[in-house]
Design a protein around this ligand. Sequence first.
Ligand SMILES: [Mg+2]
Length: 178
Amino acid sequence: MKVFVPDLIIEEISTIDLDKLRKRNISGLLIDIDNTIVPWGETKIQKGLKTWVKDAKEQGFVVCLVSNALKNRAEELGAILEVPVVGRAMKPMKRAFLKGLRMLDLPPQEVAFVGDQVLTDIFGANRLNLYSILVNPLSTNELGITKLVRKLETKILKHFAKKGLVNAELLHMRGKGE
Ligand SMILES: [Mg+2]
């Protein structure tokens, strides 16, 4: 079960403390798209997030988007943020994460993965020993199948919270809007 436990849980991506990541010797960021940088299915990126990505790059972080979204849409968002993209990544398959690592040209222990889903983003990142960061999903407007997955995720996270493996505060955050 450990493979589903995020290394860090935060409300949203722009609250990531880049100094703390650097202290962990992390200089690469692989980032999910849907519900992590934009609400599901949307292409409008909030200004604050654009600034955050720009700051991260200026501070020497290398960034790549890794998304199961269609290639065109992923590339459109990558172009806006001026970062490379792995589209149609098929997370949680290892291949998706390995492609991202190759784009960054960094070893796994120097890379953090940021995503909103435990069963794809966190599971995949942990299997390859990336530093896994779970964010609160930006919207609850998702495919039916994802809604089912969310229920399972919540059960898993509640179980972890009971065991003291994750901060129980997260459960409140993720229950928002449901
Ligand atoms: Mg997502």
